[in-house]
Design a protein around this ligand. Structure first.
Ligand code: HEM
Ligand code: HEM
Length: 176
C-alpha cells in the first residue's frame, strides 16, 4: 500500500536546493550565483522551521539521528537487514543535517567575502572554496547512498522524493 511520506514543502525545498547547488557548484560565480546562494540558504532555513512545525515525517522528532537510533540502524545494516524508516533513516538524517550546514556556511562565507571588513583577506575565499569541495563530496555520497539503499531495500527513495509516496508502510521493521 503506497503511503504518503513527504509533503510538498519537503519536496519543493529539496529539488529547489539541489538545482541551485548544482548551478552554483558548476556555473559562473556572478551575481546570479550570489542571489541563488542566498535563496538556497533561505530555503534551507524554511525547511529547518518546517522540521519543527511541519508534517509528521518532516519533523526532526521523526528522524533526528540520536546515538541510539544510529547504533540500532548500523547494527541492522551489519546484519544485512536494514531497518525500514518512513522518514529519513538515521544515516540519511545525519547527511541531511550536514548538507544544510554546508549550504548555510557557504552563504555566510560568500557574504563575508564581499564585506569591506574582509577586504584584502584571503581566508573567506579559501573557506568558501573548501566548503564547496566538502559539499561536492557529500552530494556524491548522498546520491550514491540514495541509489544503493533504493536497490538494497527495494524501496525507491528517489521516486518517493518526487511523488511524496513510499511503497511500504512498515516503520522500523526489516525492509520487506
Ligand atoms: C545536488 C544537490 C542535493 C542536495 C544538496 C540534496 C540534499 C538533500 C537533503 C538536505 C535531504 C533531506 C531532505 C529533507 O528532509 O527536507 C535530501 C533527501 C533526499 N535526497 Fe537529496 N540532495 C541533492 C540531490 C539529490 C539527487 C540528485 C537525488 C536523486 C538521485 C537525491 C535524492 C534524495 C532522496 C531520495 C532523499 C530522501 C532520502 C530518504 O528517503 O531518507 N538528492 N537531499
Ligand atoms: C549554495 C551555495 C553556494 C555554493 C555551492 C557556492 C559555490 C561556489 C564555488 C564552487 C565557487 C568557486 C570557488 C573557487 O574559487 O574555486 C564559488 C565562488 C564564489 N562564490 Fe559561491 N557558492 C554558494 C553561495 C554563495 C553566496 C551566497 C555568495 C555571496 C553572496 C557567493 C559568492 C561567491 C563569490 C564572490 C565567488 C568568487 C570567489 C573568488 O573570486 O575567488 N557564493 N562559490
Amino acid at each position: 500500500m503506497p503511503v504518503k511520506t513527504w509533503d510538498i514543502w519537503v519536496r519543493f525545498t529539496h529539488w529547489g536546493v539541489a538545482g541551485i547547488v548544482v548551478w552554483n557548484l558548476f556555473g559562473p560565480t556572478d551575481q546570479v550565483h550570489r542571489i541563488l546562494g542566498y535563496v538556497a540558504a533561505g530555503l534551507v532555513m524554511s525547511r529547518i522551521v518546517w522540521g519543527v512545525i511541519g508534517t509528521t515525517n518532516a519533523r526532526f522528532s521523526a528522524w533526528w539521528p540520536t546515538r541510539s537510533r544510529l547504533r540500532e540502524y548500523l547494527r541492522s545494516l551489519a546484519t544485512g537487514k536494514p531497518q525500514h524508516h518512513l522518514s529519513h533513516n538515521p544515516l540519511g538524517g545525519l547527511m541531511a543535517l550536514t548538507l544544510w550546514l554546508l549550504i548555510l556556511t557557504l552563504a555566510v562565507s560568500g557574504w563575508m567575502m564581499r564585506l569591506d571588513a574582509f577586504w584584502g583577506e584571503d581566508w573567506p575565499q579559501i573557506l568558501h572554496a573548501c566548503l564547496s569541495i566538502a559539499l561536492q563530496v557529500c552530494v556524491c555520497v548522498h546520491i550514491l547512498s540514495a541509489i544503493v539503499m533504493s536497490v538494497w531495500t527495494r524501496e525507491n527513495l528517489i521516486s518517493a522524493m518526487l511523488t511524496g509516496f513510499k511503497r511500504h508502510s512498515r516503520e522500523k521493521g526489516p525492509s520487506p
